[in-house]
Design a protein around this ligand. Sequence first.
Ligand SMILES: C[S@@+](CC[C@H](N)C(=O)[O-])C[C@H]1O[C@@H](n2cnc3c(N)ncnc32)[C@H](O)[C@@H]1O
Length: 223
Amino acid sequence: MQLVKKDAVSWLTTLPDSSVDLVITDPPYESLEKHRKIGTTTRLKVSKGSSNQWFDIFPNSRFESLLKELYRVLKKGSHFYLFCDQETMFVIKPIAEKVGFKFWKPIVWDKVCIGMGYHYRARYEFILFFEKGKRKLNDLGIPDILEHKRVYRGYPTEKPVSLIKQLIEQSTKEGEVVIDPFFGSGATLIAATQLNRVAIGCDISDYAHEKASSRKNDRKTVS
Ligand SMILES: C[S@@+](CC[C@H](N)C(=O)[O-])C[C@H]1O[C@@H](n2cnc3c(N)ncnc32)[C@H](O)[C@@H]1O
């Protein structure tokens, strides 16, 4: 597992064309910042009593450069999964299509237990499913709602390793290259490593590097 400390787009520009088999990522959208300012998501605030450190936001105005780079580095015949909310989904879909991706559908991550919010409390998140060229999913029997319990008291917006493993198993074979340019706690990279894929990631924050490095030797989790 290789961890790079850099801006995501700058890092991607250093990777060769068509060198990556799968991207799974979860950038810090502007809309997250909005929820944080309103103060409904107190867990996301930096507080002395919390080990959580909030991170920088990746502005919507940078999505085109990010998506262009992701398209360039992915091989023809590959998948790209992007975690996002109901607001950012409408921003990203047209840009991703413009740079060349085929958009298939939003997959729903059902977190099983309800979370925060006032208007129908949050229980799901979207994972936008894109393709470059054509690649068949490994198991055509998997539904578009994936149930995995949310991670409690983890890195802000941390994703369960079991969920990411399911995506990796669907879209790669052993030995293929999986990247995450905003790795956070390192969930994508841990999942890829445990599945014997090559895991490479980038994050700009020291805290993310501490977290992901400390998990490098995590025992295999059951998916
Ligand atoms: C939503 S979190 C990712 C959480 C991750 N999916 C997990 O399961 O832990 C987004 C990450 O992007 C990082 N980040 C913010 N701006 C960045 C940039 N310009 N380049 C690279 N990383 C960035 C933050 O430090 C943060 O760790």
